[in-house]
Design a protein around this ligand. Sequence first.
Ligand code: NI
Ligand code: MN
Length: 222
Amino acid sequence: MRIRYLGHSAFLIGEVLVDPFITGNPLYPGKGYEEAKVIAVTHGHGDHLGDAAKIAKEKGIPVVAIYEIAMYLSKKGVDVIGMNFGGTASVEGYNITMVPAVHSSGITEDDFTHSGGQAAGYIISKDGKSVYHAGDTMIFGDMKLIGDLFKIDVALLPIGGFYTMDTKQAVLAAKMLRPKYVIPMHYNTWPPIQANPEDMRPALKEEGIELIVLKPGEEFNL
Ligand code: NI
Ligand code: MN
């Protein structure tokens, strides 16, 4: 499975486009989601929901999201798969399982904030490989359970702090999740979320976990 980093928390995982923050994303490399066959949105904030509606309609592809966000997108004419924690959507040969995140999820539009349900993360699996996209979250104890339930190959973890985990929390999260690789995300997009991913390398190495730092536009082949 190919994992392509599109800046901030946007990734193309195989053909699953997660958190398509394209417009206004200072780190977006200018292209990289052409192959997308399905979109998955972790929560309602603009830097995650992003261009999901626009891209879904342009490409004629569905959006997987928590029920409340799915209802919101459905009213905009988007083909949606509205699900909830613990459920798995099977789309285009991928199993996309929704897991909790500890974060908020309002959808702010003009002067109104719609309820976006709760913030989520996803385990995306195909051909025996699994990638965990944590969404925006602080560290939480059930990451141990997520690590027990799934054999995670790659964990995409937010490290920028302020809105999410920082590097210290991400190291402890990785110990609970027990992936083979950690790819950092949600950092250095704006001043409040500056972080140096290399701070995590020694502690992850001690756990037998390899840190993969991708620049926007770069890929990791799993
Ligand atoms: Ni957020
Ligand atoms: Mn965010």
